[in-house]
Design a protein around this ligand. Structure first.
Ligand SMILES: Cc1cc2nc3c(=O)[nH]c(=O)nc-3n(C[C@H](O)[C@H](O)[C@H](O)COP(=O)(O)OP(=O)(O)OC[C@H]3O[C@@H](n4cnc5c(N)ncnc54)[C@H](O)[C@@H]3O)c2cc1C
Length: 395
């Protein structure tokens, strides 16, 4: 809620309270002044250790993972997660991705891990010393999680479990120091026969390969050859790994939309600046109504998507359950609209935006993937439709 003493700078932020607005402004300042210059020195497709350390030093990782007398926990709200991701993405997509992956990779451990495993790994993830990964997708099972095949069988001789199979499209692989891995413990049981495990990146029998993407995202494949996992590295109950994955993804889904919104806002900012300067037909491009209206349309749609994202996150924080439909709407609209915004920004810049190294060339390559990961747009539409029809049937 806003108060008279903390009025927002813009009506577009009036739905956020003063603390939320400050979090967004503070994140944007750190992203532009600290993370963006650092990220320019990183190597494409590899985990940027210096950036991870900076995310810790600047206090961002402490927002994800913090410690009190009761042990390690995450106190971050879904809305705060969205504001941080939006603020980082507006200035530095590499910092955004690094930040998001520390959360996505470590939340299954934090939420469902044993005390020993938490004490061993969470401090290292929180300090930026260890990079985390979330390993769900497989070569034969992406959207259809019930089809996961990487096998985990009990190893009665050595104690614990043995993992065999492959994961692919795993962000931060093969550089990550620790992964949350979802494996099949009961064949033929669909989503009900999965278990979550913690697997260190250096585990014997774990082999990783990089995948080069259109964007500079660190990502790869993991091959498990009889990888031993001790019993204390089982996350949650055996055969209940799907719920472990969903608890993390439910928290993160609106924030994928926030990442997209941050990129869209960066594209709009750049286009306002460019079209105000660029002269054509006797004056700046920005005086032409076609240019101004295109930008106005895009900005309106981005703000609508942003409000959906913030509303879905706020519903999650308020304990409304389920928030799946609202989160799906937010992710769907924000990722689709962000693609349109970046495309429009490129059109209004002309050729210069397509030059390698231009911000918009970078955003064009970055904005595509969020429409596919953490539930492709078609999956989000299916979730929304299912909820709508179920409501109608219930009447
Ligand atoms: C940059 C990036 C980062 C990623 N990071 C991770 C990560 O860290 N961890 C991880 O586990 N995975 C990660 N992934 C993988 C991602 O989650 C999968 O790509 C996604 O789940 C889709 O799976 P798929 O690519 O196998 O496509 P498929 O499941 O084969 O689907 C292909 C296409 O078919 C359509 N489709 C699928 N199902 C339906 C349906 N029911 N109805 C209608 N249409 C449908 C959609 O258009 C979909 O895009 C990442 C992917 C990318 C691109």
């Amino acid at each position: 809620m806003t108060t008279a003493t903390s009025s927002p700078a813009s009506a577009l932020d009036a739905h956020l309270d003063a603390g939320a607005r400050e979090l967004l402004a503070d994140t944007e300042r750190r992203a532009s002044e600290v993370f963006a210059p650092l990220a320019r020195r990183g190597r494409d497709g590899e985990v940027d250790r210096a950036l991870l350390a900076a995310l810790a030093e600047q206090g961002l990782l402490a927002r994800l993972l913090s410690r009190d007398a009761g042990g390690w926990r995450s106190e971050i709200s879904a809305l705060a997660l969205c504001l941080i991701r939006e603020g980082l993405a507006r200035w530095c997509t590499a910092a955004e991705t690094a930040f998001a992956m520390q959360g996505l990779g470590s939340f299954p451990l934090l939420q469902s891990g044993t005390r020993e495993a938490i004490e061993e790994w969470i401090p290292r993830v929180a300090s930026g010393e260890a990079a985390a990964g979330f390993a769900l997708s497989e070569p034969q099972a992406g959207s259809d999680v019930a089809g996961l095949a990487l096998s985990a069988r009990r190893d009665d001789d050595a104690g614990g479990w043995r993992l065999n199979g492959q994961k692919t499209w795993i962000s931060n692989a093969p550089d990550a120091d620790v992964y949350s891995v979802f494996a099949r413990t009961t064949p033929g049981a669909g989503a009900r026969g999965l278990t979550a495990f913690l697997v260190p990146g250096g585990a014997e029998g774990l082999i990783g390969h990089r995948i080069e993407l259109v964007s500079p995202h660190p990502i790869g494949t993991l091959v498990f050859e009889d990888v031993r996992v001790p019993p204390e590295y089982v996350l949650g109950e055996v055969d209940h790994g799907f719920a472990v994955a969903m608890r993390t993804l439910d928290m993160f889904r609106p924030s994928v939309g926030a990442f997209a919104v941050g990129m869209a806002r960066a594209a709009i900012d750049a286009t306002i600046a460019y079209t105000s300067e660029r002269e054509a037909f006797g004056g700046p491009l920005a005086r032409m109504q076609a240019v101004r209206h295109r930008l106005a349309d895009v900005a309106t749609r981005v703000q609508a998507a942003r409000l959906l994202v913030h509303a879905a996150a706020s519903a999650y924080d308020a304990g409304v359950s389920p928030t799946t439909e609202a989160a799906a709407m937010a992710k769907l609209m924000a990722t689709e609209v962000a693609q349109e915004a970046v495309d429009a920004a490129i059109q209004l810049h002309g050729a210069t935006a397509l030059r390698r190294g231009h911000l918009l060339e970078h955003l064009y390559r970055e904005v595509r993937a969020p429409r596919i990961y953490e539930g492709a747009s078609e999956i989000q539409r299916e979730i929304i439709a299912r909820a709508m029809f179920a409501r109608t049937e219930g009447r």
